[in-house]
Design a binder for this molecule. Structure first.
Ligand SMILES: Cc1ncc(COP(=O)(O)O)c(C=O)c1O
Length: 477
């Protein structure tokens, strides 16, 4: 049964236990004052260019062919080359093809990981690149970080912006979606009594960020209920519109709800925000590199995501997109010089940090582009349908996720009537080494299941037959 509790769950409470500054773009006065250490290294480079460049070049040559042991990159390339002409839906069913793609990952097959939505294994080419950049950094950290690696960030920014369908001047690198979202949530000026609007299934940390502003500054958080599951975009937009008041200053909306994988109509909500003069912040943590996220077409003021979920980039990578005209309005989390007030890089002034994960985003983007966003989504949907439609044959199984095209991607959440979600989660892990994610709320509960492109049909079979065992025999008491 899909949506056993209907489309109107309400009043839910979530109870899960759970700089480099572009100097050329700055006025001369400001350029002279940007971080002393940078300037020292520029001078060092000018004074002794040969010495400064020699170590990185030697390092790169020595590491150019570093192999990644269990990963057969050539096999992955060959598999991709052989399928260019096939449709994504056709290819989604070709398990041999996806077995080749799985070779791009070095995962632990002694367990079944169906919590890729939480955080994903990094694709091996990206992991190798990150290790290489890290080793390189360590040869002469200040020199390598600030003169060699930091400028390379701009090429990665361009590649990411291209994948997002937007301009590099509007994309900042962060460490995760939380940092991106909180940059906006804490960075917009709000007066006592000003309202912010969210929904009751937005991510708890993001709700807590607004709650903190409530306690600290007297800002008011209003939340609307989202139907579970929901197949009516206009109803969602109506609920947001009905909650807007003359004091509403910011709308937060998840592109993909983490609890169920439900896709929300963010393009329509962004249009609503424009019509009513309220900026819209989209939480795309689960969306980018999973479902289509054409940032400029979506038209939100702010869009934030992690890159360690569905892009398969190193853990600790994310981005924040801010529409050009909004950049100056948002205070960065860490202070930046006023001369870069309108520069997206003001959100990256976080002090010394590793550039290795950031630069290795490039390899994850390359893998994503080569695999193809449509092919990837079609496979994720095929995997979801394979387990969800099979379990739905039993009428004690409820699905809290719509399987209709456009309303979800590779994530879905199910519940067995009469079986405690936490107990089911524990049994699957303890007895079968199958990892899922428990969702326990007042209005619905269930296990969130999120396989990935490296998942095998054998793993789907193990999962389904384990759940069917529980359906037949119950859980041990
Ligand atoms: C909807 C949503 N927003 C934000 C986040 C935070 O992401 P991160 O922990 O990568 O910052 C998550 C994490 O699962 C999420 O699901």
């Amino acid at each position: 049964m899909v949506g056993g509790r209907g489309c109107l769950a309400r009043g839910a409470i979530f109870t899960r236990r759970t700089s480099h500054v572009h100097r050329q773009s700055l006025p001369r006065r400001v350029r002279a004052t940007v971080t002393l250490v940078d300037i020292s290294w520029e001078l060092a480079g000018m004074l002794n260019r040969r010495t400064v460049l020699a170590a990185p070049a030697a390092f790169a040559a020595a590491h150019a062919l570093t192999p990644s042991a269990p990963v057969d990159a050539e096999r992955v390339r060959e598999a991709l080359a052989a399928v260019v002409a096939r449709s994504p839906d056709d290819l989604a069913r070709d398990n041999d093809f996806w077995a080749s793609i799985a070779r791009a990952f070095d995962v632990d097959r002694s367990l079944v990981n169906f919590n890729n939505g939480g955080v994903s294994p990094t694709v091996a080419t990206s992991l190798t690149a990150m290790k290489r950049h890290l080793d390189h950094t360590n040869t002469a950290p200040s020199k390598v970080l600030w003169t060699t690696l930091r400028p390379q960030r701009e090429a990665v920014r361009q590649q990411l912006a291209h994948a997002l369908g937007t301009s590099p001047d509007e994309v900042a690198f962060t460490r995760n979606a939380s940092e991106s979202l909180q940059t906006v949530q804490f960075g917009v000026d709000l007066a006592r009594g000003d309202e912010v609007l969210a929904n009751d299934q937005d991510y708890p940390r993001m709700i807590n960020s607004f709650r903190q502003r409530e306690r600290r500054e007297g800002v008011v958080l209003k939340t609307i209920a989202i139907p579970t599951p929901c197949e009516d975009d206009d109803e969602v937009v109506r609920r947001y519109e009905a909650a807007i008041t003359p004091r509403t200053r910011l709308i937060l909306v998840s592109h993909v709800i983490n609890l169920t994988g439900q896709v929300l109509p963010v393009t329509k909500i962004a249009a609503l925000g424009r019509r009513r003069g309220v900026p819209v912040l989209v939480d795309g943590a689960h969306a980018f590199a999973h479902i289509p996220t054409p940032i400029d077409e979506i038209g939100a003021d702010f869009y934030a995501a992690s890159l360690h979920k569905w892009l398969f980039a190193p853990i600790g990578t994310g981005f924040l997109h801010v529409r050009r005209e909004r950049i100056a309005e948002v205070w960065p989390m860490m202070a930046a010089h006023e001369g870069i007030e309108s520069d997206i890089r003001k959100f990256e002034q976080i002090g010394t940090h590793p550039l290795a994960p950031l630069l290795a985003i490039a390899e994850a983007l390359t893998f994503h582009e080569t695999l193809g966003a449509e092919r990837k989504l079609a496979r994720l949907v095929h995997l979801r349908d394979s387990w969800a439609r099979r379990l739905l044959e039993n009428d004690r199984v409820r699905l809290h996720t719509s399987l209709k095209p456009g309303f979800s991607g590779g994530i879905a959440t199910f519940e067995i009537e009469g079986v405690d979600t936490r107990d089911l989660y524990g049994w699957l892990w303890n007895e079968r080494r199958i990892l899922t994610s428990p969702v326990v709320r007042d209005d619905f509960s269930g296990l969130r299941v999120s396989p990935s492109v490296y998942t095998t049909m054998g793993e789907i079979e193990r999962f389904c037959s384990s759940v069917e065992h529980v359906l037949e025999h119950g859980l041990p008491t």
